[in-house]
Design a protein around this ligand. Structure first.
Ligand SMILES: N[C@@H](CCC(=O)N[C@@H](CS)C(=O)NCC(=O)O)C(=O)O
Length: 202
């Protein structure tokens, strides 16, 4: 049975969401963040990086959300939630799948840390200015590419699961208040039954 090593309030909810969407069986091993919001040391016994998500499939232990999503879709459900490789949508799908962790998370995390005072300088400092510009640029781009579509590529794909996490964070940090289309998109994702099941399981 596939094992998901899950950390509370973390990116690993994406993996639960994906597994709920495709109906693949799994078990959860839970870890709780400590008082400083870090993962407990026991998670590093599962995988040297000590971060979530991590999965175990037989002898294979794998980290990185995007890699785990691609692995699970190939291995367990032969390409569902993925556009066919002979379409232009597939290229855009890959872009969004990787944009979510490769680009979108950094300014959001910096914004969070600046707001919490974990990083000094405040939101109006030099770094704050960079974060503000980057966030606006990224959110403008996502909004423009989404257009009037219900999901990034029209039909729901795993790219929506990957981008759903940073957009959920952006919403909770107040960045979607002036972006009704992105807000409606996030609400659509949250309304999915598999999303609700994943949140309940998390
Ligand atoms: N790019 C990695 C990021 C993993 C990551 O930073 N996970 C966070 C959870 S949202 C974590 O484990 N943080 C706890 C810690 O670093 O102690 C991925 O997508 O899997």
């Amino acid at each position: 049975l596939l094992t998901v090593y899950h950390l509370n309030e973390s990116r690993s909810v994406r993996i639960l969401w994906l597994l709920e969407e495709i109906g693949a069986p799994y078990e959860i091993v839970r870890f709780e963040r400590d008082a400083t919001r870090r993962a407990p040391a026991e998670l590093a016994e599962v995988h040297p990086l000590g971060k979530a998500p991590v999965i175990r499939d037989g002898d294979l232990v794998l980290a990185e959300s995007g890699a785990i999503v691609e692995y699970l879709l190939e291995r367990h459900r032969g390409g569902r939630l993925v556009p066919r490789p002979d379409t232009a949508a597939w290229g855009r799908y890959l872009q969004w799948l990787h944009f979510a962790e490769g680009s979108a998370m950094l300014p959001l995390l910096l914004d969070l840390f600046l707001g919490m005072g974990v990083i000094p300088g405040g939101k109006n400092g030099l770094l704050g200015g960079f974060v503000k510009t980057e966030l606006a640029r990224q959110l403008d781009y996502v909004e423009q590419e989404l257009g009037d579509k219900h999901h990034l590529l029209g039909a729901f794909t795993a790219a929506d699961i990957m981008l759903g996490f940073p957009l959920d964070l952006a919403e909770r940090q107040g960045h979607l208040a002036t972006r009704p289309r992105l807000l409606a998109y996030v609400e659509r994702l949250r309304a999915r039954p598999a999303y609700a099941r994943a949140q309940a399981a998390a």
